[in-house]
Design a protein around this ligand. Structure first.
Ligand code: SF4
Length: 511
């Protein structure tokens, strides 16, 4: 019989088909580097948190039976006088295996009981203030298994990064973890665990795949293209698949159209209301290759001659790296800025900065940024409202006087001059699966400037930067630095390249 883990049970609770696909047909998943990075950071955070419960013993084997046997022996040898914390304690009940991040002893008179701590590296609460359901379900599964192994559990806690923690002295993470007793929240979930095991057990065996049920629970699921039948077979030659309308095949409006046809060319025009969608249908029919809404042309033509373009690379970690920073705080370590003075003779200049020391990158970055921005003007980016603008506002919090004033002006311009909203309803070219800058560049620019890069995306940049900080070899450091600088430079230069190409592209824009 295949063992069930906590993550398999939570997967079944989210969607039985997801557990089935994860077990039997993982090859149809679409990799998500961002989620992989979050998982890695979570493991590092959990490992570091052990030091906050000193004197413990790590069950350091991945073999579940061996781990459970070692845990049992260890617990049998402990009493109220010699008990110590146990890290990664393993328990098996009804073929469900759990590994508890930290078990700490609770001594009551001469009796020994235990406190379970489930550690997560993300915020504990949803935006509505409620504890995240997936976290409390995780903890409920643990408590169910451990108590059924006849271990006296007096409390179950959720441990997450403390948002109020400010890293003060190197290597000291006292206070980085905040724990919250969640027994009253998980108790109502306990009766649902046996039926959940009953649901999950056949799914990891040879049962047929449950039918897909496309819903809000599919958001971010790695199997969404497979379940929505979005992947094209090799013999299908659609110019524009229907799901490209929404850049995600599980978007509600796309789901209502997919059963009509997976080929946008076969969707009746009357079923489409947005001008962009009608334009995409014409592209699907081969009537044109690119749609540029006149509003976009007007917007670009009306911009003043001095134009700035900015991009940051940044990182966030549940374990802060620099003094004065907090868990999961966004810390920019690099920027690229292009200044395009448009006129009869165009001039384009470039400024850049990357921190390559173990110091907090922000003070040097601020100096270089302010020196680079030598003339007021609009600052364009591809996510200025959500990313670059807020980063500049946080940088302004670190300084005063004129520097603060300049950074706040930059932030305000950046939020105002975000190019993304001007494109995602006004521009489409054949092949685009969505409106990321990389998708526009890939299908509109020839050659695609991203093709030659070693660092390919923001997650790569974060990983490369961490490698840069730890690398000793000078040659290796130089290569990583060069790759990072080039990547960020391409991000801003691409904005100009797209803009310039739009100015000279003659295409039909009347619908
Ligand atoms: S895409 Fe939706 S239906 Fe398919 S496995 Fe994921 S959650 Fe389940």
């Amino acid at each position: 019989m295949t063992r069930l883990s906590k993550s398999k049970l939570t997967m079944a609770a989210q969607c039985p088909r997801k557990l089935w696909l994860h077990t039997h047909n993982r090859v149809v998943a679409t990799e998500n580097p961002q989620l992989m990075r979050i998982a890695e950071r979570g493991t590092e955070f959990g490992d570091r948190c052990r030091t906050l419960f000193p004197g413990g013993i790590l069950i350091d084997t991945l073999d579940s039976d061996e781990a459970a046997s070692r845990t049992r022996k260890l617990m049998d040898s402990m009493n109220a006088f010699n008990a110590r914390p146990i890290y990664e304690a393993a328990f098996i009940y009804k073929d469900v295996v759990v590994r508890v991040d930290i078990m700490t002893p609770v001594v009551q008179g001469e009796e020994l009981a235990w406190k379970l701590i489930e550690i997560k590296s993300g915020n504990s609460r949803e935006s509505n203030g409620r504890l995240k359901h997936k976290y409390i379900l995780d903890a409920a599964i643990q408590q169910y298994v451990v108590t059924n192994c006849d271990i006296p559990v007096v409390e179950t806690h959720l441990g997450t990064p403390n948002p109020d923690f400010v890293y003060q002295s190197m290597g000291s993470y006292e206070g980085v973890l905040v724990t919250e007793k969640i027994n009253s929240v998980i108790e109502p979930l306990l009766p649902s665990i046996p039926p959940l095991i009953g649901l999950a057990s056949p799914l990891v065996e040879c049962s047929p795949a449950p039918a897909a049920s496309i819903n809000s629970h599919c958001s971010g699921c790695e199997f969404v293209k497979h379940c929505t039948n979005a992947e094209l077979t090799p013999d299908e030659q659609f110019r524009v698949p229907t799901w490209f309308l929404a850049s995600s095949p599980n978007a509600v409006r796309v789901q209502s159209l997919m059963p009509v046809s997976r080929n946008l060319a076969d969707i009746p025009e009357a079923k489409l209301t947005a001008p962009m969608h009608k334009a995409m249908r014409r592209i699907a029919l081969g009537e044109m290759d690119t749609y540029i809404d006149p509003d976009l042309r007007v917007f670009l033509a009306e911009q003043p001659p001095v134009r700035w373009f900015i991009d940051f690379e940044f990182m966030g970690s549940p374990l802060p790296l620099w003094q004065g920073t907090s868990p999961n705080q966004v810390i920019p370590f690099q920027f690229s800025m292009h200044k395009w003075h448009a006129g009869v003779v165009d001039t384009i200049t470039h400024s850049e900065f990357i921190s390559d020391t173990s110091e907090d990158p922000r003070p040097s970055l601020i100096k270089h940024l302010i020196a680079a921005y030598d003339e007021s003007g609009p600052i364009y980016s591809w996510h200025g409202k959500a990313i670059e603008g807020p980063i500049l506002e946080r940088l302004a919090d670190l300084v005063g006087g004129l520097e603060r004033k300049i950074l706040l002006e930059m932030a305000s311009n950046c939020k105002r001059d975000d190019l993304l909203p001007h494109f995602n309803n006004h521009f489409y070219t054949l092949g685009m699966e969505g409106w990321s800058l990389k998708q526009v560049a890939k299908h509109f620019l020839n050659p695609n400037p991203y093709d030659i890069l070693e660092t390919q995306n923001g997650v790569d940049a974060m990983n490369d930067y961490e490698e840069l900080l730890s690398a000793q070899d000078l040659e290796k450091r130089a290569v990583i630095k060069k790759n990072l600088l080039k990547y960020c430079e391409v991000d801003t230069f691409t904005l100009i390249a797209i803009w310039k190409k739009l100015e000279v592209t003659r295409t039909e824009t009347t619908l």
